[in-house]
Design a protein around this ligand. Structure first.
Ligand code: HEC
Length: 134
């Protein structure tokens, strides 16, 4: 079916393996390194990290807005650490397994600090409520 063009080819076949790797900023407690570490967050929280419905069509799950336009605006760095390390946010809500906090919570203190710095540097955006493909 893939050969007949009925389903799209694997992404790995589309990637130019001779292209240079993206710039990796020096590891450190900087927003630039935080941005580097949040590439995978964007898959679920959206390219602008302001929260999108994600998942297969018809089974979308909403992801929260991580920019200062959402409720993280009132969080402290400690709140952010506790949420990612325990899976419980400052409101006592346990995060579902849709949020892979058990893996992200294993980032080092410096890595989490960098991510927090980057999230705080973002423009305060509203959450995307419309489905991305409509
Ligand atoms: C596989 C999808 C997925 C990925 C990848 C992901 N998240 Fe999430 N995240 C979610 C979902 C879904 C929720 C909402 C969970 C719930 O409310 O039960 C969530 C919740 C959160 C929350 C809690 C927000 C709140 O208002 O309570 C934070 C903070 C968060 N994610 C940060 C991150 C960061 C930082 C990354 C990357 C390092 C990341 N997430 C990667 C899906 C994801």
């Amino acid at each position: 079916m893939m050969g007949a063009g009925m389903i799209p080819p694997f992404a790995v076949d589309e990637i130019d393996h001779t292209s240079p790797p993206p710039n990796r900023p020096e590891p450190g407690v900087t927003a630039a390194y935080g941005e580097y570490l949040t590439h995978t967050c964007k898959e679920c929280h959206g390219d602008q990290l302001n929260g999108i419905p994600f998942g297969p069509p018809g089974q979308e799950v909403p992801s929260p807005n991580l920019t200062p336009g959402g409720r993280l605006a009132s969080w402290s760095e400690q709140d952010f650490f506790t949420t990612l390390r325990t899976g419980v946010n400052p409101y006592g809500e346990s995060l579902s397994d849709d949020m892979p906090w058990k893996y992200y919570g294993q980032m080092s203190d410096d890595e989490l600090k960098a991510v927090w710095l980057y999230l705080q540097s973002l423009l305060p955006l509203d959450r995307v409520v419309r489905l991305p493909y409509i």
